[in-house]
Design a protein. Structure first.
Length: 180
């Protein structure tokens, strides 16, 4: 009786980082799709956004009189139904792209890796521009619209680092862990 070796050529290799990226994309995609449904519902209901925001803050026991929340409330007063429709459409499309990339990565489809790389790489120049704009001593070409976030540099650095790491990981390992 001769034992045949197990077939390992067709079995995809383990990739724990890939699983994290899949969960990240699926979670962000689901949250964005839920947000687009919420924006749709708010836009169609005709509610005052500032009033809804104030109710949410009170529900979670936060003080709406804090400067941070007052700036958000002031910004919400400038939102129009047309801008809400644009936000709804953009949020839904980006949520669909993220969900599609997550599903493609989960099934290790060749197109999924390229969609995920493209999605992450798309924002790298924008994040670099924002970092340079915030770190520059000159007045920016495009002034900020509001001062909701006074020091966004740390957040920008974290998001930039995550996007660069995702692009590098998927680019370097695409031949090893994806079907062709």
């Amino acid at each position: 009786m001769s034992a045949t070796p197990p077939k390992t050529g067709n079995k995809p290799k383990r990739a724990p980082t890939l699983y994290f990226i899949v969960l990240h994309h699926l979670a962000k995609g689901a949250l964005l799709l839920l947000a687009s449904v919420g924006i749709f519902a708010l836009n169609r209901s005709g509610h005052d956004l500032g009033g809804v925001f104030d109710q949410v803050l009170r529900f979670v026991h936060l003080d709406p009189a804090q400067r941070f929340f007052m700036n958000i409330d002031d910004w919400l007063d400038t939102v129009t139904p047309a801008s809400m429709r644009k936000a709804e459409l953009g949020t839904m499309l980006y949520g669909l792209v993220l969900t599609g990339a997550g599903v493609g990565l989960a099934f290790r489809a060749h197109w999924g890796v390229w969609l995920a790389i493209g999605e992450a790489a798309f924002f790298i120049p924008i994040e670099i521009y924002e970092l340079v704009r915030h770190l520059s001593t000159r007045p920016p070409l495009i002034p900020p619209r509001h001062d909701m976030f006074a020091h966004p540099v740390a957040g920008l650095l974290v998001v930039l680092a995550i996007n660069v790491l995702v692009v590098l990981y998927l680019s370097v390992n695409r031949h090893r862990i994806f079907k062709h």
